[in-house]
Design a protein. Structure first.
Length: 342
């Protein structure tokens, strides 16, 4: 739960001034002498200084507070009116302005929910950080046992880059498992490769500050009827997408395509169709990933350029299979109004 920190306020100490000295009698016929004028002026200066310094100190304190760096702003300000009357199905949503590092919209953004195939964004990231793009990855028998059929054949070999693209575009579970097994084998020879991979996923989540995220498999598939394969928040997924867009844009490049073709090392062609059915309707798209399981419902995270180099990330969790797309469209429209009305 998000909590607001309240600043302590203190009452300033009272300043004790010295009691006034009794004035010496001045002859009527004489003006004050220079030494007397000096004493009087000195007294006035003392009184002025004592009253000025606490005020100045307050001003300096306020100035320091105003110029201190602020953390990521999580509460919308001027843009809030553009989102006031929107209606979305998602249980949680987050609209993140990368350029200005602040939220434009927040609905239960810190709530921990099942991630489904948004997990594969982290899977691809770990593969890219520990394998070369041209490393060969085999489709193992264990990978083919994963739910879903991506039309792979056992023993087929793909480059890591092509397999990661295919996995993100089509949300392939066997592709994700094969990537995890190959990367895990490179990470730790003495440990189960998949376990080594999952440990690295969780370590990366901690490194990126994804405080609500943890992973138990590389696919996001539900473990059973009550436990998801991974959990996280809409805020976490927005920040993960931000990291990919800024640090590893090559990972997201393939997700912008409606259709794509990859080739195995043996020359077999596989057709990839994007699971984001609204991909062509998002102008300036930077990257996209869908997710859906029975426990998670419909999830979707996108990054796009709202215009004039203004990258925005939108994440929705816990919607429906179709509702995730209309939710994101609603949030894109509201974001456009917010940025136009500023």
């Amino acid at each position: 739960m998000d909590t607001d920190m309240e600043k302590d306020t203190e009452t300033p100490d009272l300043l004790l001034l010295p009691a006034p000295v009794a004035a010496l009698p001045v002859p009527v016929s004489r003006m004050p002498t220079v030494p007397q004028l000096a004493v009087a002026l000195g007294g006035l200066a003392l009184v002025f200084a004592l009253s000025y310094f606490p005020i100045q100190a307050k001003k300096e304190g306020a100035k320091a507070e105003a110029t201190a760096p602020s953390p990521r702003a999580d509460e919308p300000a001027a843009e809030a009116d553009a989102f006031k009357d929107i209606d979305i199905t998602a249980r949680a949503a987050y609209v993140w302005d990368i350029k200005n590092q602040k939220a434009l919209y927040n609905k239960n953004a810190g709530k921990q929910l099942p991630l489904a195939s948004l997990t594969k964004l982290m899977t691809a990231l770990i593969a890219y950080e520990h394998l070369d793009a041209e490393n060969r990855v085999a489709i193992t028998t264990e990978a083919l046992l994963e739910e879903g059929d991506s039309m792979f054949s056992g023993g087929e070999i793909f480059t890591m880059h092509d397999l990661a693209n295919f996995t993100l575009i089509t949300s392939s579970n066997d592709g994700a498992y094969a990537l995890a097994a190959a990367t895990g084998a490179a990470l730790a020879s003495s440990q189960n490769p998949t376990d080594a991979f999952i440990n690295t996923m969780n370590a990366k989540a901690e490194e990126l500050g994804l405080s609500q995220s943890y992973f138990t498999n590389p696919t996001g598939l539900d473990v059973d009827g009550t436990q998801s394969g991974s959990y996280g928040s809409a805020r976490d997924m927005a920040f993960l997408m931000e990291y990919l867009a800024l640090a590893h844009p090559e990972i997201l490049e393939g997700t912008k395509a409606v259709h794509s073709t990859i080739y195995s090392q043996e020359g077999a062609a596989l057709q990839a169709v994007n699971t984001n059915e609204r991909i062509a309707d998002i102008p300036g798209l930077i990257g996209s990933k869908t997710g859906f399981t029975r426990l998670a419902g419909g999830n979707l995270v996108i990054a796009y350029d709202a215009g004039l180099n203004r990258p925005i990330v939108i994440a929705v969790l816990g919607s429906t299979r179709e509702g995730r797309f209309s939710d994101v469209t609603t949030l894109i429209d509201a974001t456009s109004r917010a940025l136009t009305n500023r």
